[in-house]
Design a binder for this molecule. Sequence first.
Ligand code: PLP
Length: 494
Amino acid sequence: MTELQPGIAPPFGDMDKEEFRRFGHELVDWIAEYFDRIEDLPVLAQIKPGDLKSQLPDSPPQSGEPMERIIADIDRLIVPALTHWSHPSFFAYFATSTSAPGIFGELLSAAFDNKAMLWRTSPASTELEEVTLDWLRQMMGLDAGYTGMIYDTASVSSMHAIAAAREGVELRIREEGMSGRKDLPLLRVYVSEHAHSSIEKGVITLGLGQRGLRKIPTDAEFRMDVRALTEAIEEDKQNGHVPFCIVATVGTTSTTSIDPVAEMIPIGEKHAMWLHVDAAYAGSAAVVPELRHILKGCERADSVAVNPHKWLFTPFDLSVLYCRLMKLLRRAFSLVPEYLRTPEEEKVRSGSDYGIQLGRRFRALKLWMVIRYFGHEGLAARIREHCRLAKMFASWIEESPDWELMAPAPLALVCFRARPAMDGVDESERATRLDALNEAIMHGVNATGDALLSHTKLNDKITLRLSIGNIRTTEKHVRQVWDLLNEQLQLLGE
Ligand code: PLP
């Protein structure tokens, strides 16, 4: 028998148990140190496109390499090419973060490697998902008529909601498709102009075409204009189109504006349309009792998407679709060939009946561990603190003559920009200069590596976004980024 070489794969089978233990401990230690030193690392990867690729071999290793060398390459090659989402000064996009119980959940899920396509291929995954999502539903104050399903991302959750809505239209699209049919009217989905692009992608994916999406204007606070929605639906009906789905956003990506769901509900009901709520980011805030009002109206919606991977300290990916009409979702996707038939199928839920995937990852485990470890109160306390920090930052902006708020900040995202005095400069020149200045400030802050911000455009003006959602972010980090912004303004504004 060949001697086992330390760190090298044996000729057959998996890693030896003692080696697994040794490297496993080493990697857990590595992760603990990574979190400890993360503030010394630049938030944004400081590499140029292609830098990592140029350091990697073109072809795979012929024989196995020692684990020590692989782990050393994590430090040498991978870490410098990371943008550190776990850095407490990551304020870009929607700041999100993993957490220790979530990491343990991922570790165990990789060890179990269950493919939860049928109840029997992973009863634990199926039943834990049902129970955990019912806990989350209760924490968010959603009513008991909702059943939850886990998908990977909100893009996919929302696409499934639109597919279920289309199934409800009774046009035999599942059986006959949409192409080559002269009998099909134009089917329409309505979103605000601030809805996330994933809704449009979902509409494209489902074959409804970009023409199948109608974007409704928003009010001064970036919320869907309900009167414009009513008029659009009525106009479409007069033209023979079939309005079948409204997507409201609770917490838009640019500003976290909240569409008036309660006012949109009667419109959906009047025209027998499905009302889906994209609460991918903001839904988590409803676990804070005094913020539950953000989901007002959702008790009468048909479906709601929320991402624990965004603001509930659950590692990417885990999105939840709460749906009332599970029968329609099932009718849109269930297809059971003989080799997947089981004796218990009438009595249990099988994940593959409710989406395009057959096998499904055991994602519920990490969410279950996160909820148990922090508890409802612990999760609410963290989100509440993020909102407090955002309000504090917004108050500095309001008090400063050099900066201005660009949108209300109902949660933990602040939209703002520098607007120093520019004496003697005409309006249009000033607008151009302010856009350039704000972009330069953002790039200047990001280049320091000490914080990361992102931007959007509001009313045609470049707007900076500060999103607070990382479990490690404290007041110290928010004060630091405020100082960095003011340093950049002084440097560039002169
Ligand atoms: N919906 C909203 C409101 C979002 O802000 C985002 C992402 O930021 C998404 C959907 C897409 O999320 P995911 O990456 O989970 O598809």
